[in-house]
Design a protein around this ligand. Structure first.
Ligand SMILES: Cc1cc2nc3c(=O)[nH]c(=O)nc-3n(C[C@H](O)[C@H](O)[C@H](O)COP(=O)(O)OP(=O)(O)OC[C@H]3O[C@@H](n4cnc5c(N)ncnc54)[C@H](O)[C@@H]3O)c2cc1C
Length: 430
């Protein structure tokens, strides 16, 4: 008679989910029956999807077939979405009506892009969204004299989207770029010097920045702002944040951390055996929500999976302890910023760091694939980046431009430099 295996279900198979799966698979888990559920057929390297807007990347170059990835890591892949979670009976209800039982489960389902009901425009959450925007923009540019593109939201996604539009279209006189934000500046969570530098570049390239205004209505290619102004917009891109997936959006509390209660081990306080990791986890760190970044999603996925195993084996659970990590913000080919605490560096050449993280990350993700497949995929990504990034950058980055834009925008403390060095070391030698 075969041994009874514990059923572990991972809901969502992107950064957090795949990291959790790798951790569970690290010990060649013959005692576990692991299933990854996700409605989308591809793993997506989201930190570089904005580059699809400029044609620097295409959908294929940021995606890996999820079924292959999951099965190469010893688990079953189920294409579907979870519709409900019953933590009493330990059952998941799927959107096709099927149900699935679990002994332990990890919520890695990310967040849903926010866009007001009935509002016109595109969200900016996955590769397909961005490819659709690019297609629509190119079609409209081919048939109209003037195309107005409006980005709503001046956070990471909005700024990186704007940078990519400038990379490709800054010399195109038929395009008109506007960014609207309800705050008083770009990138509210980052040091002011970054926002100031990017705002100067926006002015140089004719981008209109509108602050302290919300879009109240968006129909018939017209945006109505809180002050009553009407703006024409042919393409509207919503990057105003995200909310919990529908099946977790229970209760009426205003904030995510009030709707989902988790403890330091990433377990839901009201549901034993249910852990949470990645963007969906409202983890409080130093009185703030942990930033929604792929490296934190991966770290959380790893701890959640470790704790699943501890729980099933009756061992004490580990506590998740994030460590400070530098943030890279790309603004097309105009500049890239590295922020580590108070230390802020700016240089177009830092774009190579972001590209290296992507190349290395995709290569590592495919570690369990047959060698010939890894080599072929890595070569294709490298050739593509050489053609679309390196060669244009060599032409553009005349030493004078590079020197002008490479600066220490703000000096930090010794601990900020330490965090940067530690993080670089951990990336290269995990
Ligand atoms: C434009 C953009 C730029 C970014 N740039 C950076 C960057 O430079 N650096 C960085 O570190 N981070 C960046 N991020 C953030 C980073 O992408 C996220 O932190 C990371 O993707 C979070 O991983 P995750 O696995 O938690 O969630 P996600 O990557 O969102 O994955 C969630 C998965 O769950 C699946 N899912 C959703 N609902 C269900 C359901 N009901 N049932 C089953 N499956 C479900 C989804 O299909 C998806 O595959 C960027 C994000 C965007 C959008």
């Amino acid at each position: 008679m075969g041994i009874q295996k514990h059923k572990v279900v991972i809901i969502g198979g992107n950064f957090a989910g795949i990291s959790a799966l790798k951790e569970l698979n690290r010990k060649h888990s013959k005692d576990l029956d692991i299933t990854v559920i996700d409605p989308e057929p591809h793993f997506t390297w989201t930190p570089n999807i904005h580059e699809i807007l400029s044609g620097t990347k295409d959908e294929e170059s940021v995606e890996i077939t999820r079924e292959k990835l999951v099965s190469s890591l010893g688990a079953n892949f189920l294409k579907g979405a979870v519709k409900a979670l019953d933590s009493i009976s330990k059952t998941l209800l799927l959107n096709d009506g099927d149900s699935l039982s679990y002994d332990a489960c990890i919520l890695c389902c990310g967040n849903k892009a926010l866009k007001p009901d009935n509002a016109q425009g595109f969200t900016f959450k996955n590769a397909a969204d961005v490819a659709l925007i690019k297609q629509s923009l190119d079609e409209q540019l081919a048939s109209k004299d003037r195309v107005a593109v409006t980005i709503i939201g001046g956070g990471f996604s909005g700024v990186e989207a704007l940078g990519e539009l400038l990379r490709h279209y800054k010399h195109n006189r038929n395009i008109e770029l506007t960014l609207i934000d309800s705050g008083s500046r770009l990138l509210k969570s980052q040091p002011t010097v970054v926002a100031t530098d990017i705002s100067q570049l926006c002015e140089e390239y004719g981008v209109e920045l509108i602050f302290e205004q919300r879009v109240q209505n968006s129909t018939n290619n017209t945006l109505t702002l809180t002050n009553g102004t009407h703006l024409h917009s042919d393409i509207t891109i919503w990057t105003v944040g995200s909310t919990l997936p529908d099946f977790l959006n229970r209760g009426s509390a205003p904030s995510m951390e009030e709707r989902i209660n988790i403890d330091g081990t990433l377990q839901l306080t009201d549901s034993t055996g249910v852990f949470i990791a990645g963007d969906v986890a409202p983890f409080l760190w130093e009185n703030h929500l942990l930033p929604k970044q792929s490296y934190y999603a991966q770290d959380m996925g790893q701890i959640a999976a470790h704790n699943v195993r501890c729980l099933l084996e009756n061992h004490p659970l580990a506590t998740f302890k994030p460590s400070p990590k530098p943030v890279l913000i790309a603004f097309g080919d105009l500049n890239t910023y590295m922020v580590s605490g108070n230390l802020v560096l700016a240089s177009p050449s830092l774009a190579a760091t972001k590209e290296a993280l992507y190349q290395l990350g995709m290569f590592k993700l495919m570690a369990s694939f047959p060698l010939h497949m890894r080599k072929k995929a890595a070569l294709s990504r490298l050739l593509n980046s050489t053609k679309t990034l390196l060669i244009p950058q060599l032409n553009l980055s005349l030493p004078s431009k590079l020197l002008l834009r490479s600066r220490i925008l703000q000096r930090g403390k010794l601990k900020d430099l330490n965090a940067l060095i530690r993080s670089a070391y951990a990336t290269l030698f995990p």
